[in-house]
Design a protein around this ligand. Structure first.
Ligand code: 5GP
Ligand code: ZN
Length: 110
């Protein structure tokens, strides 16, 4: 997908502070952190919202969640964390490549 910032980060064409990467996802620090720890988990495949999930993408997101759980302690999130996936305009989604915000490192206000 051309001109997609997260495709470029996933491909290594734009620098980011990556904390984890495998063949299908990358996790990196959000450039404007909204909590002490604020990471973004991004599938390398480009799609914008859960409305575009097929079986393969649904399974990919399941594996992404499983990986976040497995990395919890290594990422400094053992005291708890919040996952947020903004979808579309009303949610304020600004990057139209699906991403899971991972927020933690301190008590979070709702
Ligand atoms: P959204 O509002 O779409 O749910 O979240 C997009 C997130 O991506 C925002 O929290 C924003 O700070 C982050 N972001 C946007 N551009 C970049 C970038 O170039 N690098 C990194 N690391 N984060 C970015
Ligand atoms: Zn993309």
């Amino acid at each position: 997908m051309e001109n997609c910032i997260f495709c470029k980060i996933a491909a290594g064409e734009i620098a980011s502070a990556k904390v984890y990467e495998d063949e299908e996802i990358v996790i990196f620090k959000d450039i404007e952190p909204k909590a002490k720890i604020h990471l973004l988990c991004v599938p390398k495949e480009h799609f914008a919202t859960v409305a575009e999930l097929d079986e393969g993408r649904a399974a990919l997101l399941g594996r992404a969640l499983q990986k976040i759980g497995a990395l919890r302690d290594a990422l400094g999130l053992s005291e708890g964390f919040r996952l947020v996936v903004n979808q579309g305009e009303n949610a304020g989604q600004t990057v139209h490549h699906l991403h899971i915000h991972i927020l933690g490192g301190e008590p979070l206000a709702w």
